[in-house]
Ligand binder design. Sequence first.
Ligand code: ZN
Ligand code: ZN
Length: 206
Amino acid sequence: MLKAIGAIIVCLWAADFITGFIHWMEDTYCLEHLPVIGGFICEPNIQHHIDPLDIVRDGTFFSRNYLQWTSCGAIFLGLCLVGWGNIYTFMTLFFASFGNEVHRWNHMSRSGPFVSLLKETGLIQMQRQHSLHHKPPYAQYYCALTSQLNPVLERVNFWRRLESAVTFMTGITPKRENRRDAAPPKKTRRKKTQHDNANRLAPAAS
Ligand SMILES: [Zn+2]
Ligand SMILES: [Zn+2]
């Protein structure tokens, strides 16, 4: 029993890291003029940092999450093909596929009693922790599922070190100054596109 609970927790943390990694990539390197992903993933991500409450207003449960479900499903299928499909990889991808929904819960002023309980007990990310992501320096607390991984990653300066490693290996520098929340809010709401909910934390994951 304890082993099973331990496995679930480890899978949850692994999923949390996946959401953080995808979110970090989007915030740091994703620009709206990039081909294919520019309008599909980068632009909604940038918009979320200009207007964080858009995630609460827009979309349905399906439209907010279908990209994550299909991406995680495709990845699991790929893992099965190379012999890595098992209950642990399934659980990790299953949890990761709900990263954006948990992210949305953290922007809602009110949640149902069950979600509130999960947030207050820290079983999923606490609202006050995600709010740190939307405050200066706007480049921290990327993980969106739990409250446990972010403090550790911030303590070891993980994301800045990763950026330095990427720059060292590829010459690519962070572009995140283009999507800081400090950008002035748009006066009118962006016209909805079919990609509106190809979300900010799409694990294909803010
Ligand atoms: Zn972000
Ligand atoms: Zn957010």
